[in-house]
Structure formats: structure tokens, C-alpha cells
Write a protein that binds this ligand. Structure first.
Ligand code: UGA
Length: 431
């Protein structure tokens, strides 16, 4: 089977590299020629553990993976074409901007010469894949293509593992022929007995949004419980642990923190609710989750402001929205830093991977070479992202260089009692 992936961003490149790992000849396409020429040199445009090795392996050794800016040439002999372009929030609106999807669908329609599947892998609102079909139908006879919805469930930072060892694969199709082709495509996962869930196209599209919104709900829920724990002197980590042991609840996504961020949850939660509204359905829980998450970072900033002197210098550890990524989109660390900066604080910061991205957009923070440098001569330290390298800092030594020994551990990665023993005032989250 020959695969074409249209859109060489995060999802497209992970998908392309992993399908090459499964043994398929795969071409990733993008209109950004600079990006394509860098990819042809094996340069990945983002940090993702394992990606560089996988790209080089399939670009140079197996030669199963290639990159092109010509959709026309790439689509000769294509059996399956994936749409993996971005679906950002529309400016000043909650719903997804589908203009890239429509454009790509039109271009695909001009290049179908023999039967192929057109698969939406981008996160798209219910109804989108059928609309892609309508666009293609204008140029291609129906015997020559089928559309499929096949959402991705990749987490940044562990995307390759999530692709190669998924909990499930969801395939939304209209007929047996396309379902069988998709099952054949994912045959390499049979050995692992990965559940392949076959549904209608609409169901598949909803599964993606419902999954992300549900996970976001868990996070927002435990964050509100954390506030209550703080108010009454309880410990949210123990609450999460005991709740999570109940198999009906599950332990994952119950870590209290500064709120969810990233390029998916904030956008998808809003878009899901906005889509439902178009069908006169009020997703009131999803709306409340969005509201709660928006307020979260303001409350965290207030807590820091109430417990530090104005004009203090703060050492901020972590800028990415979560560890193992250089992605700062909707990063709660950055939002917090901006709020504090606006309140007169000086921000010294450090992140293992996200500094370059942050520097391009935010010039008002002092960027430091190491975590220790970022803590030097500060009045309080904020642990905003739970990178591994922040988990075992020597706070005894750091304590000798700070003005005031205060730690705001937004991700609860330290034992407060131990830090208090060495003279710190420790502020955990929900404990
Ligand atoms: C999320 C989903 O987990 C993926 O399944 C999905 O494919 C992806 O969105 C997408 O739609 O493309 P991702 O945004 O990479 O993946 O990150 P997550 O690991 O889900 O974390 C999202 C946010 O929730 C982060 O800000 C994280 O810090 C926060 N979070 C997560 C918590 O605050 N507590 C938790 O217990 C878990």
C-alpha cells in the first residue's frame, strides 16, 4: 500500500514516520517548501522524543519515507491519502477553522486518478468528512474514492509510542470496502491485539472530541477538588490516588495542576461545545470545564501574588505546556508568567526544550542557561512543568543562592515536608 500524508505538521509527521515503521511506502506533503527541504535533510521542525531517529532511519536507510511539496506527483498510485492539516480555533470564535481541510480536499480531488481512500486524521467536527466527500465528488466519480474518519490519539511527548502501541484505533467508514482497507492498513497492530473500533463516520468524529473533552473534564474536576483540599487542609494527591483505584474512575488524568493547556484540549473543548450548539444541544458540562480551566490560571497567579512581595523576582521552571515537548501553545506556564509580569514581577525562566520557541514570542522574561541559574537570587521558585530534570534538584544548595526560600510546586512533584525541613516555605497544589 502506498500512503500520502497531506500536512507535515505534528500529526502528519508522526503518522508518516510511524507508517513507514510499519513498512509502508509513505510520502509526507506540505506546501511549505523550506520545511520540506529541511525534512529531506532529516531535520524535524519540532522536538518529540524518538522522532529524529525514526525520520533518519526511514529517510536514509529503509527509504520508505520521503517528503515532497508536490501533491500531484505524490498522489500518483496513492492507495490512501490522509488529511493531517491543522484545524485551529477560528479567530475570535470557538469553532474550528476548517479552511485548510477544504482546500486540501479540493486539491486531492484534482489528483485522484484511480481508486483511493481519503482519510481525515486531523481533529474535525462531526460532518466534516462527509463534506470532504461532497468536495471531492465535484471532480471524481464515486467509484474512484471513499472517505474515512480515522482520528489520532497521540500525546505530545509520547506520540510515537501512542501510535505504535495505541489503546485503540477508531475507523469510521461508509462501506465494507473502505473498512477492510483500513483494517489491512492497521494489520501490524493485530499482534498486539489492539482493539479496532469500526463505526460510522459521524460516530468516529464524535469519539475524538468526546475523548479529549472527557479527559479535560477529569483535569478540571480534580483541579477544583484541589482548591477545596487547600481550603480545608486535605491532600488532593491522596484523594486522586484513592479515587483512581476505583476502576470505574481510573487513575490517569487526575493530577491536579495549573490547568490543561496545549494545542488540543483548549481548542477541542471549545469546538465540541460550539458544534453541539449548531444542533441545539447544550454541552453544559463541557462549557463548565472550559470556564473552570480559564479561571484556574488566574487563581494560581493570585495565590502567588498573595504570598510574595510585589516587585519580587520569580524563578520559573518549565515553559512548555507539559514535559517532553517544546510546544508552548496555550502553555499555562507562559500564561502565568505574563500575568505575574503584568503585576510587576521579574521573571527568570528555564526550560530544557521550549526556550527557543518562547524567546521568539516573549522578550520580557530573563532566559537562563540552567534550572539553577533561573533560581539564583529569586524570591520564590515556581515549578510549572514537571520535566524529569526538575524532579531531583538540590534545593539545599539552591537555598544558599536565593533571596527567599519559597517554592510554588504547581505539579506536586516534591514532598513539601522535606523541603520545609530545610527551611523552605512550600506551596503545593491542593495540599
Ligand atoms: C491530548 C490527548 O491526550 C491525546 O490523546 C490527543 O490525541 C491529543 O490531545 C490531540 O487531540 O491531538 P496532548 O495535548 O499532547 O494530548 O497532552 P495531554 O497529555 O493530554 O495533556 C493535556 C494537558 O492536560 C496538559 O496541559 C497537561 O499538563 C494537563 N494534564 C494532564 C493535567 O493537568 N493533569 C493530568 O493529570 C493530565
Amino acid at each position: 500500500m502506498k500512503l500520502v500524508i497531506v500536512g507535515s505538521g505534528y500529526v502528519g509527521l508522526v503518522t508518516g514516520a510511524c507508517f513507514a515503521e510499519f513498512g509502508y511506502k509513505t510520502i509526507c506533503v506540505d506546501t511549505d517548501e523550506k520545511r520540506i527541504s529541511n525534512l529531506n535533510l532529516g531535520k524535524c521542525p519540532f522536538y518529540e522524543p524518538g522522532m529524529d531517529d525514526l525520520l533518519l532511519k526511514h529517510l536514509n536507510n529503509t527509504k520508505l519515507l520521503s517528503f515532497s511539496s508536490s501533491l500531484k506527483e505524490s498522489m500518483i498510485d496513492a492507495d490512501i491519502v490522509f488529511i493531517t492539516v491543522g484545524t485551529p480555533s477560528r479567530r475570535l470564535e470557538d469553532d474550528a477553522d476548517l479552511s485548510y481541510v477544504w482546500k486540501v480536499a479540493e486539491q486531492i480531488s484534482l489528483n485522484i486518478k484511480k481508486y483511493c481512500l481519503v482519510v481525515t486524521k486531523s481533529t474535525v467536527p462531526v460532518g466534516t468528512t462527509k463534506h470532504v466527500k461532497k468536495i471531492i465528488e465535484k471532480k471524481v466519480i464515486k467509484e474512484n474514492f471513499d472517505v474515512v474518519s480515522n482520528p489520532e490519539f497521540l500525546r505530545e511527548g509520547s506520540a510515537i509510542n501512542d501510535f505504535i502501541r495505541p489503546d485503540r484505533v477508531v475507523i469510521g467508514t461508509e462501506n465494507k470496502k473502505s473498512e477492510n482497507m483500513m483494517r489491512e492498513l492497521y494489520r501490524p497492530l493485530y499482534l498486539r491485539e489492539t482493539p479496532l473500533v469500526s463505526t460510522s463516520i459521524e460516530t468516529s468524529e464524535i469519539i475524538k472530541y468526546a475523548s479529549n473533552s472527557f479527559l479535560a473534564t477529569k483535569v478540571a474536576f480534580i483541579n477544583e477538588i484541589a482548591d477545596l483540599c487547600e481550603a480545608v487542609g486535605a491532600n488532593v494527591q491522596d484523594v486522586s490516588k484513592a479515587m483512581g483505584i476505583d476502576q470505574r474512575i481510573g487513575s490517569k488524568f487526575l493530577n491536579a495542576g495549573p490547568g490543561y493547556g496545549g494545542s488540543c484540549f483548549p481548542k477541542d473543548v471549545k469546538a465540541f461545545s460550539s458544534t453541539a450548539k449548531k444542533y441545539n444541544i447544550n454541552l453544559s458540562i463541557v462549557n463548565a470545564v472550559h470556564q473552570s480551566n480559564q479561571e484556574r490560571i488566574n487563581n494560581i497567579a493570585t495565590k502567588i501574588i498573595n504570598n510574595t512581595n510585589s516587585n519580587a523576582t520569580l524563578g520559573l521552571l518549565g515553559l512548555s505546556f507539559k514535559p517532553n515537548t517544546d510546544d508552548i501553545r496555550e502553555s499555562t506556564s507562559i500564561k502565568l508568567a505574563l500575568l505575574l509580569k503584568n503585576n510587576g514581577y521579574t521573571i527568570k525562566c528555564y526550560d530544557p526544550e521550549a526556550m527557543e520557541n518562547a524567546k521568539k514570542e516573549f522578550s520580557s522574561f530573563a532566559y537562563c542557561e540552567t534550572a539553577i541559574d533561573a533560581c539564583n537570587k529569586t524570591d520564590a521558585i515556581i515549578i510549572a512543568t514537571e520535566w524529569n530534570e526538575f524532579r531531583a534538584l538540590n534545593f539545599e544548595t539552591i537555598g544558599k543562592f536565593v533571596n527567599d526560600k519559597k517554592i510554588f510546586d504547581l505539579r506536586n512533584i516534591y514532598n513539601g515536608n522535606e523541603l520545609e525541613k530545610i527551611g523552605y516555605k512550600y506551596y503545593g497544589t491542593g495540599k
